[in-house]
Write a protein that binds this ligand. Structure first.
Ligand SMILES: Nc1ncnc2c1ncn2[C@@H]1O[C@H](COP(=O)(O)OP(=O)(O)O)[C@@H](O)[C@H]1O
Ligand SMILES: [Mg+2]
Length: 256
């Protein structure tokens, strides 16, 4: 039975912790046995792979459409070739695969990379349970339809008033783009106990991830943040977040 993967797009302002939370989420799903996970790096300044401790050799954005139409090997149709190239860009690791959108070549359009991603995501042989998309700041990919309509849009924010304004804006854009408001979830990151009136204002966070020295340490030591110790506060909190998401995914499947 092929399950329809539950897709989570992680958005938010630059530097709020999208990549950190995305990679800890991938790790948490793997630990929970929800494998394989597909990790998609949709940020042109790709670093999701570093956070997950793998290397990327080719990105989808670097694949030009002309090359496809011109160099399709004999005996392969376009469809086979697209899949073949997608698989070349796919990094396979323990419990997860990763694909990076990279930077689009030439026209600066992701159109072809988008085609590749959406075409291949719907027909991959691997039965992904969760797709975690680390997006760039702003809503580019969502507005361009790159990632389709995710099952869940996580908006990562610092808990301060300025962060909350960004959340409001992202929520508005998401609504304009036709994403149901009940698919948008706010995650407060780098929460320092007692620093912000959590729950105050209009945003009720779906999860609160504490500020964690282990995350900072991984950054300084250039080690994959997904490998911080299991008892680290941020990892524990993301594990709880992952469990809540698993419940939502199960609910979705039951109502289909
Ligand atoms: N919970 C946390 N505790 C401590 N440092 C964090 C936490 N989350 C993120 N950081 C740090 O904040 C910086 C930005 O995080 P990153 O995940 O790269 O953000 P983004 O992908 O949104 O640009 C990094 O230096 C990271 O180590
Ligand atoms: Mg990032």
């Amino acid at each position: 039975m092929t399950r329809h993967p539950f897709t989570i797009a992680v958005s938010g302002k630059g530097g709020t912790g999208k990549t950190t939370i995305s990679s800890l989420l991938v790790r948490a799903f793997i630990e929970a046995g929800e494998v394989p996970v597909l990790a998609v790096d949709a940020d042109p300044n790709a670093n999701f792979h570093e956070a997950l401790g793998v290397q990327v050799h080719e990105t989808l954005g670097g694949m030009r459409e002309e090359a496809f139409t011109r160099h399709i090997p004999p005996g392969m149709n376009r469809h086979d070739y697209v899949r073949f190239r997608f698989r070349q860009a796919l990094v396979e690791a323990e419990g997860f695969d990763l694909v990076a959108m990279g930077r689009p070549e030439g026209t600066g359009c992701y159109c072809f990379a988008n085609d590749l991603l959406s075409e291949c995501m719907t027909q991959l042989e691997r039965d992904y349970r969760f797709v975690v998309i680390d997006t760039e700041a702003g809503m580019e990919h969502i507005s361009r339809g790159t990632i389709g309509k995710p099952d869940m849009l996580l908006v990562v924010s610092d808990p301060g008033a300025r962060g909350l304004r960004t959340v409001t804006r992202i929520r508005e854009i998401a609504t304009e783009l036709g994403l149901a408001p009940d698919r948008v979830f706010v995650v407060f990151n780098r929460y320092k106990t007692g620093t912000a009136p959590v729950g105050a204002g209009s945003e009720t966070p779906f999860a609160i991830i504490p500020d964690d020295a282990a995350v900072e340490h991984a950054d300084l030591a250039a080690t994959p943040v997904s490998q911080i110790p299991g008892g680290s506060p941020a990892r524990v909190a993301v594990r709880e977040l992952a469990d809540k998401i698993r419940v939502l995914a199960r609910d979705r499947d039951e109502t289909v």
